[in-house]
Every structure is written in C-alpha cells, then in structure tokens.
Design a protein around this ligand. Structure first.
Ligand code: AHG
Ligand code: MN
Ligand code: MN
Length: 331
C-alpha cells in the first residue's frame, strides 16, 4: 500500500487550495516536529528523562503543573513561536497569551493549545495527548486583539490532537474531513493510517466520570441512568469506558461512536474542560466526522468564549447520542 506522509497529505490539500501561501503547511509541519519531541520524551520517561512528577507550580486553573506539562508547553511555544506563521499562542499552561512581536516575524495564525492533556495519567503510563486549535487573525493592523483571541469555534482554520499511547497518533482536520497519521518511530515519520474518519451515527459506549454522580444535576443523573438501562424504555447495550484523558476518551468515541460527557456539576458549575483548547478543537473534529458537540444545550461550534481559559460543559460524540442527551438536558 502506498504510504502517504502527513506533510505530503497537507501539501496535497494546499495545492487544491487557491491562494494558499504554504504558511499553513509550515505551521502544521512545526506542530508535527514538536509532537515528535514530546512523543520521544514520553516514551523515555522514567529512563533518563527526568519528566515525571510535579514542578511545584500551579497553573491559571490552580492545577499542579507536571514536569511534562511544562516541557510540552515550552517545546510547542518555542517551536511554534519561531515558525514565523503565528502572531499569538494561547496555552492552558500560560496565563496570558504569548504575543509574537513585529521583530520576531509574526504570521497570520493564532495558535491555541493544551500542550499536555491527561496530566493525572502521566506517571501511571496511561495514554496522554496534546490538543491544538488554529484561527486566522481577523483584526486589522499588527496588534493582536481580544477579538482575535475569542473567536467562534466555527472560525477555526484547523484543529487536531496527538495521542502519546501504544502508538503516537496525529489526528487533524482543516475542514476537509478528519485524517489520522501514525508515527513510525524507526523513520520519525507520520504515515496516513486513518483516512477520512467518520463517527458512527449512534454508538453503545458512554464515557463520564461516575465518581461525580452525587454532584450532577437531576437531569444529568437521569440521562446516565437511562444510558445504563435503568429507566423504562432505556437501551440495554450501553457500556461505560473512561480513561480520564480527554484525547483518549474522545478518540475512542470518534472511532467507535457513543458519547463523552463532562457536565457541569456542583464542584465545577461551568464544567471542567476548557472551551478554547479542549472543547472547540474536538467539536470541529467531530463536526467534520459527522458527529456533534454541545455544552448540554448549545452547539460548541456556534459558541465563543469571553476568556481564553473559560470552562464549558462538554457533550460530544455520535449525532443520535447527542440528540438523546439534548432531549434529557433540555426537558
Ligand atoms: P489536563 O490534563 O489538560 O488538565 O486535562 C485533564 C482533563 C481531560 O483530559 C479529562 O477528560 C479530564 O480532565 C478528566 O477529569 P477527571 O479526572 O475529573 O475525570
Ligand atoms: Mn486537557
Ligand atoms: Mn493540559
């Protein structure tokens, strides 16, 4: 079978895009380089690379910053910051966005990232990942404005994630479908392994942290009880899968169908996941794969944040399963 590399795939899409300047291809290539560096560090964690454990700092969310969070953030920020393709970088691990000054040759894109997703799973050898989202600068002039950093999710130019797991997988969309590439570590190259991913219309897996059951809303409790076959007329075939790393729980949902939920609860009234660099990129991807994503009521793709670190409830997955969740949550 002819093997297509990630760069060949992006270049082919670039050739089919009138007025393309190659800047997007350059940016995606740099994201790929950074993800290979993280992949190498993750696969060597515990042997030589001192990247287990915590840095002793906390991030804007008050979460303890793991050494790998910091390493991933610095690696992406440095490589993307020097790429000449972006004018701003927003990150879960940086309170304020990094603005690329005029002297540093800024580009036309805004890059948003969760550099290391699933931090609680780093030291226990469970899959973790990186999530990214790319917008075009929309304001006139050289200043990066509030408008540039808080665009509707529907304005994303591209979105993607990398899973550092049994294999390193790079999944992205630029509005032309969803495509997955697997890293061949012996060659250091990502090869097309999941062309044109489509999510099943309905699944039989639900994914949620049931440890929070007591602090969910009554409607949320009823929805999960229905999925578990405990309500009159409910199905008997849904099973629970929960890794605790969004990229892994989302990737399984994308391939097998079903629904991932991180609802608002008494502890997190706006949910735990972040709109700009977790919910919005995953919503773009699932939308392109034929699924849907809401905050329980409103589509994520039709929403926009007021703050780059803003949290949102997230319901994402197969169209039919999202319709079911909407029915329970809007009644
Ligand atoms: P991060 O490590 O970037 O902070 O993200 C962790 C998120 C997400 O990956 C996952 O879906 C969720 O936290 C799990 O939260 P709980 O441990 O509360 O279930
Ligand atoms: Mn995360
Ligand atoms: Mn993170």
């Amino acid at each position: 079978m002819e093997k297509t590399t990630l760069v060949q795939h992006i270049r082919k899409q670039e050739r089919q895009t009138p007025l393309a300047t190659g800047e997007f291809t350059e940016l995606m290539t740099e994201i790929m380089v950074a993800s290979k560096i993280i992949s190498n560090a993750v696969n060597r964690a515990g042997i030589g690379e001192d990247i287990f454990g915590i840095t002793g700092q906390t991030n804007v969310h008050g979460e303890s910053v793991q050494k790998l969070d910091d390493f991933a953030n610095c690696t992406f920020a440095k490589i993307i910051g020097q790429s000449g393709t972006v004018c701003a970088i927003a990150s879960e691990e940086m309170e304020a966005p990094m603005i690329i000054s005029a002297e540093e040759n800024p580009g036309k894109y805004i890059f948003m990232m969760d550099p290391l997703d699933g931090s609680s799973n780093i030291d226990v050898n469970v899959s973790i990942g990186t999530i990214f989202s790319i917008y075009r600068k929309v304001s006139k002039g050289s200043e990066v404005t509030h408008e540039d950093l808080h665009q509707p999710a529907s304005q994303q130019v591209a979105a993607g994630y990398v899973i550092y797991g049994p294999s390193t997988l790079f999944v992205y969309t630029s509005g032309e479908g969803v495509h997955g590439f697997t890293l061949d570590p012996s060659l250091g190259e990502f090869f097309l392994s999941h062309p044109d991913i489509k999510i099943p219309e309905q699944g039989s897996l639900y994914s949620i942290n049931e440890g929070n059951t007591t602090i969910w809303s009554e409607k949320q409790k009823q929805l999960v009880s229905w999925l578990k076959g405990q309500e009159p007329g409910s199905p008997q075939n849904y099973r629970l899968r929960y890794v605790g790393t969004l990229v892994s729980d989302f990737h399984r949902t994308l391939l097998k169908g079903g629904i991932f939920m991180y609802p608002a609860d008494e502890k997190s009234p706006k949910g735990k996941l972040r709109f700009s660099y977790e919910a919005a990129p995953m919503a773009f991807i699932v939308d392109q794969a034929g699924g849907d994503a809401t905050d329980g009521l409103k589509r994520i793709m039709d929403s926009q944040p007021n703050d780059i670190h803003e949290c949102t409830p997230l319901f994402i997955g197969s169209k039919k399963d999202i319709e079911i969740s909407n029915k329970f949550l809007s009644e």
